[in-house]
Write a protein that binds this ligand. Sequence first.
Ligand code: GAL
Ligand code: CA
Length: 330
Amino acid sequence: LLFGGCNEKEAPQKLRVGVTYYDQNDTYLNELIGLFKESLKEIESDKLEVSVTIRDAAGVQKNQNDQVEELIDEGCNILCVNLVDRADPSEIIDLARESEVPIIFFNREPVAEDLRQWEKLYYVGADAKQSGKLQGELAVEMIEENPQIDKNKDGKIQYVVLEGEMGHQDAIIRTENAVNTLKENGIEVEKLSCKIANWNRAQAQNRMEQIIGEYQNKIELVLGNNDDMALGAVDAYKKLNYTSAALPAFMGIDGTEAGLQGVENQELWGTVYNDKEGQAKAMAELAAALFTREGMEDIHFQNEKYVYLPYYKVTAENVSKFTQGNLVSE
Ligand code: GAL
Ligand code: CA
C-alpha cells in the first residue's frame, strides 16, 4: 500500500517457445506453423513478451531428439513438438521432464499411454475419425446429385485411395471412415487400388500415374487422405491430357491454400477443413497458460490433456468463407 503510488512498471515475463516439426516439406504444417507464429504475436502484452524458434527434423526422430535438447539449452520454457515418429516420444519426454519444460504435442498424436508419462504433456489436434466421416458425407452428397460420376453405369462407384503415412493417426482412420460412410449411406463401392503417398503431391502424382496405367477409364472417385495428394492425382490426369469429362471426382482433406483453390477451380469436388487457425490459437493460448500459470480454466480440454478442434465440410458453395479465413466462431 505504501508504495502503491510509485506505479513502477514490472518487467514483462518472457515466454520462449521452441517448435520442432517432422518435415519442412509438409504443406499443411507449414501453413499451421505460420499461423501459430501469428497467434503468438497476438497474445503478447505489456506483461508478456514472446519469442519463438522453429526447427525442421527432416524426417529423422534422432534429429528431433537433439533439437529438443538444444531448444531446452537455449532457454525455451515451452516446447511444441510435432513428432517424427508418433510412437517414439520417450526420449523427448525425459529431456523435458528433467528441465521441467511442458510439451504441447501437435498434429501427430502420441499414443495415450505416452501422454500419461508426465503431467505436463498436452496434445492439440483434430479428430481423425470426424475428417473421414465428413469426407464420406461429401462424397455421398456429390454422388447422389451427380449420377454421371458412375461413368460405366454399373450402379457401383469404382474408387481409389491415396493414403498418408503408414502408422499416422490421420491415414488409415480417414480412409476407413470415408469408405464406411459411403457404404452406410447405401452407395455401392468397389475398391480398385489404395496406395501410400506420404501426404506428398509429387508422390501422389506418381502413384496415380501407375494406377491410371492399370485401370484407365474405370476410375470414378479418388479419395485423398489430404489435399496435396488429391491435387497430385489431378496433376497425373493433366499430364496424361485427359479431358474434363473423362475425369473421376477428386476429394481432399485439409483446406490448404492450394486445396481451397482446387475447390474454387472445381478441380476438387470438396475438401474437409482441418482448422489450422483454431489449432494455432489453441496452441498459443495453452503455451501462455502453462507459462504464466493463468487461464488454464479457459481451455477446453478433453480427458484433461487433449484439445481437439472440429473439421468442416468445404464445397464450391461455401469455399469463399474459408479462403477469407473467417470460419472460426461460426
Ligand atoms: C495431417 C494433414 C496432412 C499432413 C499430416 C502431417 O493432419 O492432413 O496433410 O500435414 O497431418 O502430420
Ligand atoms: Ca461405376
